[in-house]
Design a protein around this ligand. Structure first.
Ligand code: ADP
Ligand code: MG
Length: 249
């Protein structure tokens, strides 16, 4: 899985370090993701999972290392970061929808302003993506009229409306009531089956086991072990992975 063909590599990270003041959060991360691959990142709270995701779209700037997305060196001072970011969709634990916009409008703002699509073109894409996440009947609903699970699916549709080459999910179901988790995971599973390249930070071990091509276990800013879910979750080699899994499973 790690022997990825460079032409098919979406993310390539080497020796990545991120510090917040004295806090050395990412301590030399080497990590690649191939096109169409679904990678789940698991690990204890504070291990640097969110920071790693946020570095991948430069919401955080690492101090050291290499970071390529779609063959572009994002740490090159000449890199057009806004342009590079357009190809990276991100879904957060908090849905962050525009509260004064309907579901459909939430999905057309960025395509119209950033990609300069016409309203008609943006709406066509938005409708298709809202349909895809099972919200064809909620186009005109405002976030406050939607459940958390529906809001999160709008957030997924909104990210898809930028036609990203890569989707990042940071604990997308952690803020949801338990009965709403399944509908969001279903939308994500369908996206994975459709071939989307995805990096998912999650505590949903059943989802990781079923959907991930590869599971990465992080602890204290390093990747401790990675591999197919049946190995990392089913038969972890490292003591730290074993003890983490004993706590969460
Ligand atoms: P995880 O997502 O695995 O729980 P995080 O990446 O959120 O871990 O956090 C890793 C460490 O980085 C924590 O010690 C956290 O306090 C610190 N950290 C994260 N973001 C910031 C920030 N913006 N400023 C300062 N410290 C931060
Ligand atoms: Mg986090």
């Amino acid at each position: 899985m790690s022997g990825v063909d460079p032409g098919r590599t979406v993310v390539k990270i080497e020796g990545l370090h991120k510090r917040f003041g004295q806090n050395h959060v990412l301590r030399g991360i080497d990590f690649s993701v191939a096109r169409g691959e679904v990678v789940c990142i698991i690990g204890p709270s504070g291990s640097g999972k969110s920071t790693l995701l946020r570095c991948i779209n430069l919401l955080e700037r690492p101090q050291q290392g290499r970071l390529e997305v779609n063959g572009e060196n994002l740490l090159d001072p000449d890199c057009d970061i806004d342009a590079a970011r357009r190809h990276i969709g991100m879904v957060f634990q908090q849905f962050n929808l525009f509260p004064h916009h309907t579901a459909l409008e939430n999905c057309i703002v960025a395509p119209m302003t950033v990609l300069r699509l016409t309203r008609a073109a943006a709406e066509a894409t938005a409708r298709a993506n809202l349909e895809r996440v099972g919200l064809a009947d909620k186009l005109g609903a405002y976030p406050a009229q939607l459940s958390g699970g529906q809001q999160q699916r709008v957030a997924i549709a909104r990210a898809l409306s930028m036609e990203p080459a890569l989707m990042l999910f940071d604990e997308p179901t952690s803020a949801l009531d338990p009965e709403l988790v399944g509908e969001v995971l279903t939308a994500m599973r369908q996206l994975a089956e459709a071939g989307m390249t995805m990096i998912v930070v999650t505590h949903e071990m059943a989802f990781a086991r079923e959907v991930a091509d590869r599971v990465v276990f992080m602890d204290a800013g390093t990747i401790i072990e990675q591999g197919p879910p049946d190995s990392v979750i089913g038969a972890p080699r490292e003591a730290r992975t074993q003890s983490f899994l004993r706590r969460v499973l």
